[in-house]
Design a protein around this ligand. Sequence first.
Ligand SMILES: [Zn+2]
Length: 273
Amino acid sequence: MLRQVVEGVLAHESEFIESNAVVVQGEAGVLLIDAGITAEEMVAIADDLRTLGQPVVAGFATHPHWDHVLWNARLGEAPRYGTARCAADIRAFLSDEHWKEDIVEELPPEVDVPLELLGLITGLPAEATQIPWDGPKVRIIEHQAHAAGHAALLIEERRVLVAGDMLSDVLIPMLDLSAVDPIEDYLAALQLFEGGAGDVDVFIPGHGSVGGADQLRERIERDRAYVLALRADGVSSDPRIGPSAKPGWEWVSDVHNGQAQRLAERNERGSTG
Ligand SMILES: [Zn+2]
């Protein structure tokens, strides 16, 4: 199930929207980042880890969207961390009694997603700069872009960046349209990634293919071009949308049209006061 990305870092790509679950090997067990989507795959990851004799000793969710905060009982009861903002956001989401229906609406019926343990995230203190666990140092790079409390993680000694829902080759930048200035937030986050690119040999996006240092710079550029096009007039020739979208990913064009329209509406409201 799990395949090695570099020594000490394993990953599994889900059949559902190419979601990547990431495992970092530590002293007495592993850190599991964004555990996976279907019950079957999370059980398979748990079984792989059992075979390796490496229990999950900590979890981490890169951000408070449902596809990043799932869990399965077979993975055990380790603390599942997120940024303070991530934990607060998912807590608010779970306080709405209709949250399950909201998620089920988004799901294709054939995907078996266990919702029982969704979102049980322990917020780290706002000033935390690394994950508290017995393993290689994992630096938390929090930024405002795709979701409240979004965090990328840098496994420094492995030179691996876990990017959360940034830098995907299949998904366009999806802005946090609840933010005051989603465009500038996103550009600032890309700049943050660019500034740290020299410390990275391999990066793992939340969805899509793992890449090396060269691809990291390409994807930062592509995402920046997309966001700048959104800021300019909403017209983008990004290869992830339109006729060049990957088969099965045509819906990303709808995401693009939706956010371009909402931004245009915001600008309209802004300019008319
Ligand atoms: Zn996602």
